[in-house]
Write a protein that binds this ligand. Structure first.
Ligand code: ZN
Length: 255
């Protein structure tokens, strides 16, 4: 069992390499030719950081430019606080987290708890992503209990299809078990050496009880990082599902 798991992990890393996400030990810098632009789309401030903050930190350390698109500004996320004030607080927290990671934040302008998946927003998000010219995009796994996470995921999938799959699309997990469900990763990134940076970025979101994000019953990212690490025989990892080529769907859309 141990051997096959190890081989699985090796294959997963090889998969990333073949995609150009890295020849990715994290120790090497990308050359100028290999340099990639990366976009991460999250439903709320704190989702990109918890879902793939370690991987983003590694990509940035390797020389990639990373843009984080927050679909909403988390305006419904602080109990007893008006949407306007909560958005201001959460925007500042997200900006602080991006500063730690050295990523560029973009706030797309949807409303927390009331996200829309429609033609207008497919166009808007597609344009926001296209402007960054990414090689790789991360977003939520679509089977998630939070509908804003689903909206972020479906809008990004549409953007990927409409861009003729010009970039590779990966799904991340958040609060697995209570939010992300049915997630069977095929790609792993060892985040052991940047786990502290990820944690620092997550802890910028003070209004969201970062201790609970890391170790509560419903959301235990400490355990998730450890468990994904065990799956690839390292201390800590983040796991992803890669969107496979979908030319069949693409053909259907063009009809
Ligand atoms: Zn969220």
């Amino acid at each position: 069992m141990a051997v096959s798991r190890r081989n699985f992990a090796k294959n997963a890393v090889a998969t990333i390499g073949s995609l150009g996400l890295s020849s990715f030990t994290g120790a090497n810098q990308f050359t100028d030719q290999q340099k990639m632009k990366v976009v991460c789309v999250g439903g709320h401030p704190d989702d990109p950081e918890t879902g793939c903050g370690g991987t983003l930190a590694k990509l940035i350390a390797a020389g990639c430019d990373v843009t984080i698109i927050y679909l909403t500004t988390g305006e419904a996320g602080i109990v007893g606080v008006s949407h306007k004030d909560a958005a201001a607080t959460r925007k500042a927290e997200a900006e602080a987290a991006c500063k730690i990671l050295n990523a560029k934040p973009i706030f797309a302008g949807q409303v927390d708890g009331d996200t829309l998946v429609n033609t207008e927003w497919i166009k808007k998000l597609s344009e926001l992503i296209a402007n960054e010219k990414p090689s790789v995009v991360f977003t939520h796994w679509p089977i998630d209990s939070h509908k804003d996470h689903q909206a972020a995921s479906f809008l990004t999938i549409q953007a990927w299809m409409r861009a003729n799959k010009k970039f590779d699309l990966y799904f991340f997990e958040v609060c697995s078990g209570s939010q992300t469900t049915g997630f069977r990763p095929d790609t792993y990134i060892d985040i052991s050496d940047v786990q502290h940076l990820k944690k620092k970025a997550v802890y910028c979101h003070t209004s969201q009880d970062p201790d609970a994000i890391y170790s509560s019953k419903d959301c235990n990212h400490a355990m998730m990082e450890k468990f994904r690490g065990i799956e690839m025989n390292v201390n800590a990892a983040e796991a992803f599902v890669k969107m496979e080529g979908a030319s069949g769907l693409q053909n259907m859309m063009n009809k």
